[in-house]
Design a protein. Sequence first.
Length: 146
Amino acid sequence: MKDFQKWALETHFWCELLAQLALTLTHYSKFKNTIAVTITKALLLRDSAPMPDSLNQSEITEMATHATWRYLLEGLIIAAGAYDPESLIWPVRVIAVFMCPDISRHPAVREHCVTPIVEEGRAKIRDEVRDRLVNAFPAGSWPSWP
């Protein structure tokens, strides 16, 4: 495990896994039955330093992907109070950004996490605030402003 974690940090494995998860979640309805397989394939095809010979890259990547999909996703669903995996796109993006040791050298994190946060973040926050206000102040109870 120590060899794997060292390799994973040096090659951006975990933040790449989360970036691929964020991308896949954006297409959840199409891929819901093949998410873990899709992420595993993307991780195995990426251009990175090879794993140490003592490790089976395919087996470890598949285990890590399935464990992340199963345990991280369940934890995020519970923490977010979400009922729909698509609502987890934002937390996954933020975690990937925080985990990445060098975003300037990680195109997938920039493309699938940073760019959507920067470009869509304001609109997403605005929509959530509007929805919360509508729920807090039902129709007809809005104060009259000049």
